[in-house]
Design a protein around this ligand. Structure first.
Ligand SMILES: C[S@@+](CC[C@H](N)C(=O)[O-])C[C@H]1O[C@@H](n2cnc3c(N)ncnc32)[C@H](O)[C@@H]1O
Length: 220
């Protein structure tokens, strides 16, 4: 097992791992566990987690480096959240999820980890949780909604520290089925740009996740 440039992430050959910060032996989504030098690691599958796919495809290594607090929009059952919890521990990760069905397993996951703070809310309304969350250094969004760019901009305005970093997992088909992917990505970048958010990297996630482009951002 070797360290990588991404804080908290280890690798063995091409496979990525995070140190398990949940109870020993705890599996979140059936992932493989391995113990090396008395540290238990969880395999991070790029076919199950778009963030792992982004790392495999070459994300900048500083995206969450030094983050004191993070906000995650669209936590679902916590697959990716659990790995971010591993790498960001002990710093807090606030997780917004609007579906009550997904929120139940997310809450159960948070009970087994010290740095996860789940919030049952609509990410389109950051004013409902901004006072609880405060200022964050890292914003991650994976909500697969038509207005993904607007949601990212509003949350960045409400919570992101000056110069904070982010990742927008853009699901092109959720924006429109009628226009080519390149035009949707171009419009999304323009909308972020108008809000003063710079796109540092644009990474297609094939073959791990179809129809997704990750935008790695900085600012406003
Ligand atoms: C593709 S799934 C997220 C997968 C998850 N990020 C992972 O990698 O494990 C999208 C999630 O976003 C949630 N979602 C969609 N719109 C939302 C909104 N406006 N506010 C909060 N959550 C939302 C959905 O309920 C769903 O759980």
């Amino acid at each position: 097992m070797e360290a990588t440039g991404w804080p908290g992430v280890a690798r063995d050959g091409r496979d990525l791992y995070t140190p398990n910060r949940g109870p020993p032996g705890d599996r979140v989504y059936g992932e493989t566990l391995r113990t090396v030098d008395r540290v238990e690691y969880r395999h991070w599958d790029p076919f199950r987690s778009k963030l792992a796919a982004l790392l495999v495809k070459g994300a900048a290594t500083d995206v969450w480096r030094g983050a004191r607090k993070s906000l995650y929009l669209g936590g679902a059952h916590g697959t990716t959240v659990s790995h971010l919890s591993d790498v960001l521990d002990p710093t807090p990760v606030y997780v917004v999820e609007k579906s009550a069905t997904s929120f139940a397993p997310l809450l159960a996951l948070a009970r087994r980890r010290r740095n996860l703070l789940p919030i049952l809310a609509d990410a389109q309304l950051p004013e409902r949780y901004r006072a609880d969350v405060g200022e964050v250094d890292f914003l991650y969004q994976d909500v697969a909604q038509r207005n993904q760019a607007a949601i990212f901009v509003e949350n960045a305005r409400a919570t992101l520290a000056a110069g904070g970093r982010g990742i927008l997992m853009l699901k092109v088909r959720s924006v429109t089925q009628r226009r080519p992917a390149a035009s949707v990505v171009r419009e999304t970048r323009a909308e972020l740009g108008r809000a003063g958010i710079e796109v540092r990297q644009e990474v297609g996630l094939a073959p791990f996740a179809r129809d997704h482009v990750a935008l790695v951002t900085s600012g406003p």
